[in-house]
Design a protein around this ligand. Structure first.
Ligand SMILES: C[S@@+](CC[C@H](N)C(=O)[O-])C[C@H]1O[C@@H](n2cnc3c(N)ncnc32)[C@H](O)[C@@H]1O
Length: 248
């Protein structure tokens, strides 16, 4: 395991309780449209699904409630996997404590749906992770992910002004301002996510950058980091739906 992954594993083991059940499906992220509205996943009944960065298992629970036929998940953090095992103890679910950069024994060409809710931006190897996702999917299977929009943490709010605190062009490891424990997140541009998917052979079907700022959304999601004011100007979340096509 590379050094960033070891640092992040320790960090997530410590913060896991704070993130228990935070914004799982049908949520895609704070102040973002939900699966109830977007209908990106289609009918889940009878589908084989895999969760990348499954956290406390609440999105897998959503899959169970919607009658997926097989549920698989992986997460780097021991604490998160323990929480997911406990949450899903009555269900037939296969969980791996493993980084998304590696295949810990997940079958290839097997899944109808691979998804990742607010976890992909942690990957230390985007290229390898998306190769893995591609290999897990059946032909025609879908990959849906959500992550903090790459503009959101590069722009700071100071009073009524929004200011770029880092160039949009810079990519690679960074310290996330809102993160209190030592952790190394990765900054990618929107085009890097999309071009890497395209390079792997994915067909991109949908890219969503909308926000939802109804009273209910704001009451449910607003906090110091995701605020109504800032979200009025820029997206909090990017959501992408891609389909496994023929490798070029
Ligand atoms: C915000 S949480 C995900 C929440 C979860 N997807 C849900 O729907 O409830 C992000 C997760 O990514 C995991 N993670 C971070 N780096 C990872 C990596 N390299 N491989 C796998 N999981 C990772 C963390 O342990 C954490 O559980």
């Amino acid at each position: 395991m590379n050094q960033s992954l070891s640092v992040n594993k320790k960090s997530w083991d410590e913060v896991a309780p704070r993130f228990y059940g935070r914004n799982p499906l049908p949520e895609y992220g704070p102040l973002a449209p939900t699966e109830d509205e977007l209908q990106l996943l289609g009918d889940i009944k009878g589908k084989r699904v895999l969760d990348i960065g499954c956290g406390s298992g609440h999105s897998l629970k959503y899959m169970r409630d919607n009658h997926a036929s097989e549920m698989w998940g992986l997460d780097l953090s021991h604490s998160q996997i323990k929480a997911a095992e406990e949450l899903l103890s009555d269900d037939d679910v296969t969980l791996f404590e493993a980084p998304m950069e590696e295949n810990p024994g997940i079958p290839e060409n097997h899944f109808d749906i691979v998804y990742s809710i607010y976890a992909l931006g942690w990957t230390t190897e985007l290229d390898q992770t998306l190769s893995n996702v591609y290999s897990y999917l059946k032909d025609g299977g879908i990959f849906v992910f959500s992550w903090e929009h790459p503009l959101y943490n590069r722009i700071q709010q100071t009073g009524r002004n929004l200011i770029f605190s880092q160039p949009y062009h810079s990519e690679g490891p960074y310290d996330h301002e809102a993160w209190t424990h030592p952790a190394i997140m990765q900054q990618f541009k929107v085009s890097t996510y999309l071009n890497t998917l395209i390079k792997k052979g994915f067909l991109i079907e949908n890219v969503i950058e909308e926000v939802r700022l109804s009273q209910v959304d704001v009451e449910r999601h607003s906090n110091r980091w995701y605020s109504f004011d800032k979200a009025s100007y820029l997206p909090t979340t990017i959501i992408v739906k891609a389909r496994k096509g023929m490798r070029i």
